[in-house]
Design a protein around this ligand. Sequence first.
Ligand SMILES: *[C@@H]1O[C@H](CO)[C@@H](O)[C@H](O)[C@H]1NC(C)=O
Length: 300
Amino acid sequence: MRMFCLLLAAVISPVFTEDWRANVVQNLDALVTSCVVVPCSFSHPKENLPSSRLRGIWHFSTDKSKRIYYQDITQVLENFRGRTRLLGHLGQDNCTLEITDVKDHDNGPFCFRIELARTETDTSTVDKFSFVESCVTLRMLPDPPKPTLSHPKTAIQDRPYIISCSVRHTCPSHVPKLTWSRGTADEITEVYKDTGFGYWEAQSILTIVPDEKDDHSEVTCTAQFNGQKTSSTSLTLNVKRTENYNHIIIPAVAAFGTAVISAVFCIFMVKRYKTRIAELQNQEGSVWNRLSRLSRRRRT
Ligand SMILES: *[C@@H]1O[C@H](CO)[C@@H](O)[C@H](O)[C@H]1NC(C)=O
C-alpha cells in the first residue's frame, strides 16, 4: 500500500510542480512624452528565492542583448538609460516595468527574462529563464484621450448638481491631474481605479449648486498627463428654474386688495347718496306741502 502511494505521488507530483511563468499584458496603450507601467508577475518552482540573487531583464523580443532594463545600466541600450525601472520587487514575484518619457518608437515588443545568480555578487548565472512567450507590444498614442463627462441632463437651480469627469490612462505611477474650470477643492472628489490589464481610470467628481445666471455657462474638465500633454471636455449647463409663483401671487393679492377697497368705498358712497337723496326728498316734500297750503288758502 505504501509503495502504491509513493508510486502515485511520483506520477502526480510533476503535474503540481509549477513551471517558470510570467504574466505580462500583451498590448497596452502608451502616451508619447508620458509614462507607461507594464504590469508583470511571474511564478517559479523554487520556494523563497533570495531577491538579491535574482536579475530581472527587459529586452526587445527580436534580440536578447538589446536590453531596455537591467540592474547594470551600462548593459542597457543608450536610448533607454534612465527611462526604465522595475516598480515591482522581484522577491515578491513582481516584474512590473515603468517606462518614462515615452518616445514614439518605444513600441517593442518587450519581453521579461529572469536570471538567478550563483551568489549575490556573482555575475555569472546558474539558471536562466526567459519568458519570450510573454511580451508586451505598446501602441503609441500621439495625443491623449479626451476625458469623459457624465451628469444628469438638466441642473435644477439651487440644488446640488454632480458632474463626473474620467479619463483612461496607463501610468498609475504618475496619474493624470484632472482640473475644473470652476469649483473649489471642497467641491471636488478624486478617485483612482484599476480597470485591469494595465489600464487605469482617474476620476474627478464636482458638485456645484447652480443658480439662475449659470444657465448656458460652460464647465470644462481638463486632464493633464505626466509629460504635460493635456486634453479637455466641456459641457454647457442647462439650469432649470425652481417653480416660483411670486410673479402670480403678488399681482393677484394686489388686485384683490384694490377690489375690496373699491367695493368698500362704493358701498360707503352709495349709502351717503341714499341718505342725501332721502333728505332732499324730505325737503322737497316740505316745500310741496307749503306750496299746496298756500294754493288752498288762495282758493278760499
Ligand atoms: C507589482 O508592483 C506594482 C508596483 O509597485 C503594484 O502596483 C502591483 O500591485 C504589484 N503586483 C502584484 C501582483 O502584486
